[in-house]
Design a protein around this ligand. Structure first.
Ligand code: NBP
Length: 478
């Protein structure tokens, strides 16, 4: 009997995914450009299931039943293109090629179009959960033809994480839809981590010990904030550095790295014209952390409050930080889902946003109790934005006094909270009956004759600012 699925790429992600497939009863063909890596995986894990290792790509392809289901897990970019190119002459019509790497969705659109033209299916599958997720059950976001999902979906669902018995894998939409959704997942992850970082700085500003901070996050993890990232925050804060005997986090260099998915999320949002200020602030927060020269110059020149906060009722303020964290998190999820909705309109993807929330409930890095509420709110009715969902709007209304207090105290104490304040600004901008954009339009008309519309009548208008000051109806040429 031929293999029913194949994996190319035996680095950490591909080998763990292949093991997950084999453990779930699949007959798994495996191949890696460098054969020694395949051999090592089989030597160590071959007993876990039915593996069919191949040293040559042609043998790998020949060992698969048709239509072939081939999952590529190699280094994103040139590695993926090289692998696809070497596969093409070996494929038959209807074969399904899956890219499980972290591809930029525009690359996936390009590759899908090319392979579709050649009679093959190309699926861009976002896979989240890191190496442990790949082995034990990731969240999987596949995009491609609906037809390919019929042949591929059951296999991917069998290896995905499960929540309440439901797989954390669903068909997302055509071409780049899956990789787009994975990209936004990562953008939200940036915001989630930025908010957690701000809460940590606030706890520090209050004078809590690291043990107390860890306890605080652990307690928060019992309530509405229940999530993987809050859970591991408590573990990281509790970790003692053997060399110094102090908290590990205080000897880690405060320069955050990034691999680009947060930046992509913001770039795409800029192109779509959809506001994701929480994610943008999170990317910029990492950028400033990794700008040693700027920080050195500013530290020498700038003065301000020392970053401590004194409050009369510490327990009360701790709870207010919890509420600010929750409310900010809701705004970030709302912005990410809004971006997905905007992209679906732009690229013609029929994305079910509630289903996206559903498959993020398990396996992925941003898994959180909040996602169950988001899923049920989207299931209950059509939403333009998550912020209008009844239970969400009510929760934000309850939290907002605390949220404003925390931002105000942080600003007074010189504790930077770009994420919390961006989220709050979005909340206030989105609900405002009038925005300062009216003045912006006036200014644009003054210096560039860019025209404006009026609230009280149809048409486009311009003021002759430099001559008689009269308002005139603008012509199309403006
Ligand atoms: P890497 O991203 O480290 O890539 C190593 C693999 O790519 C090896 O199998 C290597 O083969 C192969 N490869 C390269 Br490099 N260039 C190639 C080429 N030109 N032709 C064929 N094969 C080539 O592996 P990874 O960390 O397992 O990640 C795999 C994918 O999964 C990436 O796209 C990554 O972004 C994505 N991902 C990673 C995570 C994570 O937590 N690490 C999570 C989610 C997604 P060789 O052995 O012959 O050099």
């Amino acid at each position: 009997q031929l293999a029913n699925v194949g994996v190319i790429g035996m680095a950490v992600m591909g080998s763990n995914l292949a093991r997950n497939l084999a453990r779930n009863g699949h007959r798994v063909a495996v191949y890696n450009r460098t054969t020694a890596k395949t051999d090592a995986v089989i030597a160590e894990h071959g007993h876990e299931g039915d593996f069919r290792p191949a040293a040559e790509l042609a043998d790998f392809v020949a060992s698969l039943e048709r239509p072939r289901r081939i999952i590529i897990m190699v280094k994103a970019g040139a590695g993926t293109d090289a692998t696809i190119d070497s596969l093409l002459p070996l494929l038959d019509e209807g074969d399904i090629v899956v890219d499980g790497g972290n591809a930029f969705f525009e690359d996936t659109r390009r590759r899908e179009e090319k392979l579709r033209g050649l009679g093959f299916h190309f699926v861009g599958a976002g896979i989240s959960g890191g190496e442990v997720g790949a082995l034990e059950g990731p969240s999987i976001m596949p995009g491609g033809s609906a037809e390919s999902y019929e042949a591929l979906g059951p296999i991917l669902e069998s290896i995905s994480a499960k929540v309440d018995g439901e797989p954390c894998c669903t068909y997302i939409g055509t071409d780049g839809a899956g990789h787009f959704v994975k990209m936004v997942h990562n953008g939200i992850e940036y915001a989630d981590m930025q908010f957690i970082g701000e809460a940590y700085e606030l706890l520090k500003a209050l004078g809590l010990s690291h043990e107390e901070m860890a306890d605080t996050f652990a307690a928060w993890n019992e309530g509405d904030l229940d999530s993987y990232l809050i859970e591991i925050t408590s573990e990281v804060l509790r970790k003692v550095d053997p060399a110094t005997g102090g908290p590990l986090v205080e000897v880690i260099v405060d320069a955050a790295g990034m691999k680009g998915t947060g930046t992509w999320t913001v770039q795409s949002a800029l192109e779509l014209g959809t506001p994701v200020n929480t994610i943008a602030e999170s990317v910029f927060a990492r950028a400033i952390s990794s700008s040693p020269e700027l920080r050195r110059a500013a530290q020498a020149a700038l003065h301000g409050p020392a970053g401590t906060i004194g409050v009369e009722d510490r327990a009360r303020f701790l709870d207010q930080i919890r509420q600010a964290l929750w409310a900010s998190k809701v705004v970030a999820y709302a912005q990410g889902l809004d971006e997905i909705r905007m992209a679906a309109d732009e690229y013609g993807w029929d994305i079910n946003v509630g289903e996206v929330a559903k498959i993020w409930r398990g396996g992925c890095i941003i898994r959180a109790k909040l996602l169950e509420r988001i899923r049920s709110e989207y299931a209950a009715g059509q939403l333009t934005t998550l912020l209008e969902a009844p239970s969400v709007a009510a929760g934000l209304a309850d939290a907002q006094d605390a949220w404003r207090t925390v931002v105000a105290e942080a600003v007074r104490g010189g504790v930077p909270v770009p994420g919390f304040s961006a989220a709050l600004a979005h909340y206030d901008q989105a609900r405002a009956p009038r925005l300062n954009a009216a003045l912006t339009q006036g200014l644009r008309d003054y210096f560039g004759a860019h025209t404006y519309r009026r609230v009280d009548r149809e048409g486009t208008f311009h003021v002759n600012w430099s001559t008689d000051g009269a308002e005139v109806e603008a012509t199309d040429s403006h």
